[in-house]
Ligand binder design. Structure first.
Ligand code: ZN
Ligand code: ZN
Length: 368
């Protein structure tokens, strides 16, 4: 069944490329450069592979991966040894192709120029991001895998929050969590976990460091695991003992913006309008300048993918997108609060995948 899924995707991609008038499409996964796209189209999980898509399709890899590819890929697997560019060109010549499409977002200029030099009489044409565009719309099976990743991510969050004590460093907390996730079956963490105590929570992409958690401060967790290739991405904030009333006030505002963002998400709404729905509330409170990033992003084989929810986004939400809704307010030197949920875009609204409690600021470990 999975094999059929891959061949259907390749068939659809080939149809989508018809307007570009190319005789072949070349996907060059070099040092993992196209890893999510090659996985999406073939199931292959290694770091080196070439996919030639045309009336006839081929999969090329080197001896490190031949056996693995034969097990994962439902296409003829050809082995390349030594310099691979001439071998790819030879294969394209055998196919008699003249115009070859190449994705524009992940192929280096260096590689592009080398192909042009080697492929005399052929034309190499940048064709945008056709695979990324397809990946925006998730199948039921993909949504199911994201749901699994969300469930494990949240189970870990429960596990760590119930054990959270002052005097641990952010790094110790993050490592304990990573270890737990791997033990419970995650492929990996989808990104370096953010565990930010006190004033560090004001840096949206702070990573876990040597800061020792202290009573009375808040701790921001932004975490997600990868399972069966698919990512989760969730943010919650807890307080280590009684927090400052100001923290509670800001938490409520961010929660309201999070709810407004989720309510705005449905098929047909623009990424910009969804962002505005949440941003308006923070503006009304005079705090818009403290919300410096966009409302959200797509999640799938990558933790950051299309569509985008922001003031500069030109994306339109469609059924089957899976996106985050993550407003935040940041006060440098003091604290920051972000609440991030993962939702599926449906015709009538958003189906929320994440369910970790957020209605009240969770106070851990009793009094200050
Ligand atoms: Zn996140
Ligand atoms: Zn995110």
């Amino acid at each position: 069944m999975r094999e059929k899924e891959f061949s259907l995707r390749r068939k659809r991609l080939w149809e989508n490329l018809r307007g570009k008038e190319v005789d072949a499409f070349l996907l060059l996964n070099v040092e993992g450069s196209e890893q999510p796209n090659i996985r999406y189209l073939t199931g292959f999980t290694g770091t080196f592979a070439i996919l030639i898509l045309s009336e006839e399709s081929f999969f090329l890899t080197d001896p490190r991966y031949t056996e693995q590819a034969q097990g994962q890929v439902d296409l003829p697997v050809l082995e390349v040894r030594g310099r691979w560019i001439p071998q790819v060109i030879a294969r394209l010549m055998d196919l008699g192709v003249k115009r070859v499409g190449i994705g524009s977002t992940r192929t280096t200029l260096h590689l592009f120029e080398e192909l042009r030099r080697a492929g005399e009489g052929m034309e190499f044409v940048p064709v945008g991001a056709p695979v990324e565009e397809m990946r925006r719309i998730k199948s039921e099976e993909e949504i199911q895998r994201i749901r699994q990743a969300v469930e494990l991510t949240e189970a870990g969050l429960h596990w760590i929050v119930s054990r959270l004590r002052p005097s641990k460093t952010e790094r110790e907390v993050a490592l304990a969590l990573e270890f737990w996730y791997r033990k419970e079956g995650a492929d990996d963490v989808a990104f370096d976990p953010i565990v930010a105590g006190g004033a560090r929570s004001a840096m949206p992409h702070h990573r876990a460091g040597d800061h020792r958690l202290r009573p009375g401060e808040i701790v921001l967790f932004d975490i997600g695991v990868r399972m069966d290739g698919y990512c989760a991405d969730i943010t919650r904030v807890v307080a280590l003992g009684d927090p400052d009333p100001e923290v509670r006030r800001i938490y409520k505002l961010v929660l309201a913006a999070n709810a407004a963002g989720i309510s705005a998400v449905r098929a047909g709404v623009s990424g910009r309008d969804a962002d505005t729905a949440a941003r308006r509330l923070l503006e009304a409170a005079g705090l818009a300048e403290h919300f410096g990033h966009g409302l959200g992003h797509g999640v799938g084989l990558e933790v950051h993918e299309g569509p985008r929810l922001s003031q500069t986004s030109e994306d339109l939400l469609v059924r089957g997108n899976v996106v985050t809704v993550e407003p935040g307010l940041y006060f440098p030197g003091k604290f920051g609060v972000r609440l991030e949920d993962l939702v599926v875009v449906e015709e009538e609204g958003a189906l929320i995948l994440s369910s970790f409690p957020k209605e009240e600021l969770w106070v851990v470990g009793g009094k200050r």
